[in-house]
Ligand binder design. Structure first.
Ligand SMILES: [Zn+2]
Ligand SMILES: [Zn+2]
Length: 236
């Protein structure tokens, strides 16, 4: 597979998404805009740098929500610097971070952040634990989280499942499906079908399917059920 050329961008009228990067074990960073609403999805390492270069401070201060698919470092490694930047730049509007129930990484980062900066956070910061039963509308965007299947290795070489969600974002009559990191699963198959854009990971190293990431073949078969798709998280 040839290297992905980041950023990957998609836009229909005033609904757009920019994937700054998505490299397994390194970083992911996604910016979604619908009308005047700014969301960040999976703020991995480098998210602040990329947001600064591509959208600028004023738009960064307008970010209302962050959506986390799971707690792996390549998806949340940039949270601390983004939250601190918002504090330094005196963001005034509230910020909500949505994350899968049981995601201890994001909860720990937020606990530490609030402890360190208790007296100087200029904005209302809310951590919201969600699951696949929690569909909601935020600033005219309908958000549908769905359960995906993702694992990590323990020190003895065995694997454990991590709390992981994909998200469908619908605005006006368009839907973007982002599966996050996942093995092939029916939930993703169902949510990607007929989406206007599907963002599908193909993070598995070889062609044998497993329960952590998808092979290129699996990812493509899901992508092709959408009107348009990007393959992301492809090992470099
Ligand atoms: Zn990842
Ligand atoms: Zn992961």
């Amino acid at each position: 597979m040839k290297e992905q050329k980041y950023p990957l961008s998609w836009k229909k009228d005033d609904f757009s998404i920019k994937i700054f990067c998505s490299i397994p074990n390194i970083a992911t960073g996604i910016f979604l805009k619908s009308g005047k609403t700014n969301f960040v999805i999976d703020p991995g390492d480098g998210i602040l740098r990329d947001l600064n270069t591509k959208i600028g401070t004023k738009q960064i201060l307008g970010i209302s929500d962050i959506f986390v698919t799971h707690g792996h470092h390549d998806h949340i490694g940039g949270v601390w610097s983004l939250l601190t930047y918002l504090r330094v730049m005196r963001k005034g509007s509230p910020l909500t971070i949505h994350h899968p129930k049981g995601c201890v990484e994001i909860e720990s980062i937020l606990n530490a952040f609030e402890r360190v900066y208790a007296k100087s956070i200029s904005y209302e910061l809310t951590l919201r634990s969600i699951d696949e039963t929690t569909s909601f509308t935020q600033n005219n965007v309908l958000i549908k989280p769905f359960r995906v299947v993702h694992k990590e290795f323990l020190s003895d070489g065995s694997k454990r499942e991590v709390p992981a969600l994909g998200y469908n974002f619908s605005y006006k009559d368009k839907t973007i499906c982002y599966g996050g990191d996942t093995a092939y699963c029916d939930e993703l198959v169902n949510h990607a079908r007929n989406a206007d854009l599907a963002i599908i990971e193909a993070g598995h190293e070889d062609d044998e399917p497993d329960d952590m990431h998808m092979t290129l073949k699996e990812a493509k078969s899901i992508g092709e059920s959408a009107k348009q798709y990007f393959l992301v998280h492809v090992p470099e």
